[in-house]
Write a protein that binds this ligand. Structure first.
Ligand code: ASP
Length: 617
């Protein structure tokens, strides 16, 4: 019989306690060698026992989540990665053991031996809820300090505390499940890509900066003082060089680094499923990666997402106001300009864009609700000056907030143009084109949320294609690559490059799921002269282009195949599968909003000696 634990001991006693009881728990040598278990300390996990196992003698290991002392009985929830199993200590039959169990603290690490029994009051919420373990002996494998927050499904710990003690947070089921889901998504992606003939190749982490539109993290070089490596924003140039190298189909689940201001869905270091293929057209890439996402949904969610529709960038902007449309619901943007101009309403007359949406069943919105929506669009983030509305009453009546300027006949035209039906509310914004379209896109999403049209368990995926190659930046007064400088123009738009670069469309595509851009890529330039032309359009002198990207352009001289690729935001994809807004819980050790790891307290100063060695002063 095992010696029950009876309170803290000196360290020598603790060692004895550890060793004495373990031996009798495993009486037969064969047990240690059993092929059925990969653990010598436990026979089962805390998540697998059920009525089938009643009367079995078992040994479990785990953490004490909580205990309830009911006088005659003490109940303990024992937790591990796999679940929770209820332990019962009986005061009548084993009083010493029960008394020892009462002294155990939260998060103590236990090894417990006992017999599986059917529970009298079952817990349908637990996979092991039909059974409990009648404990015959236990060993304290380790004591635990009182945890700083409750380690249960719901916790009283605030964000900062949970991040500081992330290893405790990960013991909680929601965080643990998020990480397990992440591992499943990675495994499914690897399976698919391997099956399709992709080769996983690692690319370096200490590189030279690639212009992907964000700031680089840099690392000082000790051996080359005054010089710096950059951490990759993506392995873009390396994967293209792998195509020149003839690898043909490459992938990598890879860490990327961007020194940007952080938001809920951004981290300074994040992971991509990064892919590249040779001898392909855009069509081949869309088909291959549509196949991958379909497989991931199938494997991870058991959902068939069917064929992905395709929408041009121009249509996405016109109908949804942005390039990552959430197509779980309609409520498309309608240009009201031609219907409303020239009626002496200055706001509409002066506007570059008058745009409307029709909100189903919202005609009865109260004045207060409409005022609140008006304030919502006036927030500095959207910066609108006001909101015009028109109600289409269920009795067929029509009334707007601009009745002074527009009569019933005009309102009827608006309603029909916006596909509004009795009971609907038309919301209208007017102003500068870019700002107004963006604001309407936000308002559409907000109304979608309010009407419950953005169900997290419905997945609507699509490709957005035909992106512009370049966008003009007022700030820098020059063209910027919309995707990156290696993206090839559409051959049919090639002749516009010189004189009308803004009109050139790219062979670039994004995969969008529920309004989130989960992946993006392009067919690349594989010709040195075109690549040089692109750099010159982007304002690089020939020397600058050679200094920064000479390695790539030189490689193009040695027989570069036509190639293209894509990268998926792996953290985002996981959070989407998990139905969460933030990617944080899908990353084991994330940074906070100031880019800090509060657990290890990083970034941190380095010593004067280290600085000297690196040539930093
Ligand atoms: N390197 C690109 C990115 O990180 C993806 C690609 O073009 O393949 O967005």
């Amino acid at each position: 019989m095992a010696v029950p634990y009876d309170g803290p001991k000196s360290s020598i006693c603790r060692i004895l306690l550890f060793f004495i009881p373990v031996t009798p728990l495993f009486p037969q040598l064969s047990y240690f060698c059993s092929a059925k278990t990969n653990s010598m300390l436990r026979t089962h996990t805390c998540g697998e026992l059920s009525l089938r196992d009643v009367d079995k003698k078992v040994t479990l290991c785990g953490w004490l989540q909580r205990s309830r002392d009911l006088g005659g009985m003490t109940f303990v929830d024992l937790r591990d990665r796999y679940g929770i199993t209820q332990l019962v200590f009986n005061m009548e039959t084993l009083p010493h053991l029960c008394e020892a169990a009462r002294k155990l603290g939260r998060e103590y690490v236990l090894q417990v031996e006992g017999v599986v029994a059917e529970r009298s009051s079952k817990n349908a919420k637990l996979s092991t809820g039909d059974i409990e373990i009648l404990v015959s002996s236990f060993v304290v494998l380790n004591e635990a300090a009182l945890p700083p927050f409750t380690i249960e499904e719901n916790t009283d710990g605030g964000d900062d505390l949970r991040m500081k003690y992330r290893y405790l947070d990960i013991r909680r089921a929601p965080v643990r499940e998020a990480l397990l889901l992440r591992a499943r998504v990675a495994a499914a992606a690897r399976n698919y890509l391997t099956r399709e003939g992709f080769v996983e190749v690692e690319t370096p982490v200490l590189i030279k900066s690639t212009p992907e539109g964000a700031r680089d993290f840099v690392v000082p070089s000790r051996m080359n003082q005054g010089e710096f490596y950059a951490l990759p924003q993506s392995p873009q140039t390396f994967k293209q060089l792998l195509m020149v190298a003839g690898m043909d189909k490459y992938y990598q689940i890879v860490k990327c680094f961007r020194d940007e201001d952080l938001r809920a869905d951004r981290q300074p270091e994040f992971t991509q499923i990064d892919c590249e293929m040779s001898f392909v057209t855009q069509e081949d890439i869309l088909n291959t990666f549509e196949g991958m996402i379909r497989q991931l949904f199938q494997d991870v969610k058991g959902v068939d997402i069917g064929t992905l529709p395709r929408m041009t960038y121009a249509d996405a902007m016109e109908h949804y106001g942005n390039d990552k449309p959430d197509i779980r619901f309609g409520m498309q943007l309608k240009d009201l300009g031609p219907l409303v101009k020239g009626k002496d309403f200055k706001v509409f007359d002066d506007a570059e864009l008058v745009v409307a949406i029709s909100v189903k069943g919202a005609a009865e919105y109260t004045r207060k609700q409409l005022d609140e929506l008006t304030e919502w669009v006036k927030r500095p983030q959207l910066g609108m000056t006001g909101l015009v509305y028109a109600r289409y009453g269920s009795d067929g009546s029509m009334k707007s907030s601009v009745d002074k300027f527009y009569g019933p006949e005009e309102l009827a035209k608006w309603m029909s143009h916006c596909d509004a039906a009795p009971g609907d509310l038309v919301l209208i914004l007017a102003g500068n084109e870019g700002k107004t379209r963006k604001a309407m896109s936000e308002l559409r999403l907000e109304m979608g949320d309010r009407l419950g049209l953005r169900d997290k368990n419905t997945f609507n995926c699509l490709w957005v294609v035909d992106f512009p190659l370049l966008e003009w930046s007022e700030e820098t007064a020059r063209w910027h690559a919309m995707h990156h400088p290696f993206t090839s123009p559409k051959p049919e738009d090639f002749n516009l490059l010189e004189n009308d670069p803004g009109k050139v469309r790219a062979n670039a595509y994004d995969m969008v799921i529920n309004g989130v851009e989960v992946g993006g890529g392009s067919i690349r330039i594989h010709d040195k002269t075109v690549q040089q032309q692109m750099f010159s359009l982007l304002g690089f002198s020939a020397d600058e282009a050679q200094a920064q990207f000479g390695f790539l352009m030189n490689a193009f001289e040695f027989g570069a195949p036509p190639h293209g690729g894509i990268a998926f935001g792996f953290d985002r994809l996981c959070s989407l599968f998990g139905g969460a807004d933030s990617i944080r819980d899908y990353i084991a050790f994330p940074k906070n909003n100031s880019g800090r790891d509060v657990m290890i307290d990083s970034p941190s100063p380095i010593s004067a000696e280290q600085k000297k060695e690196l040539g930093l002063h």
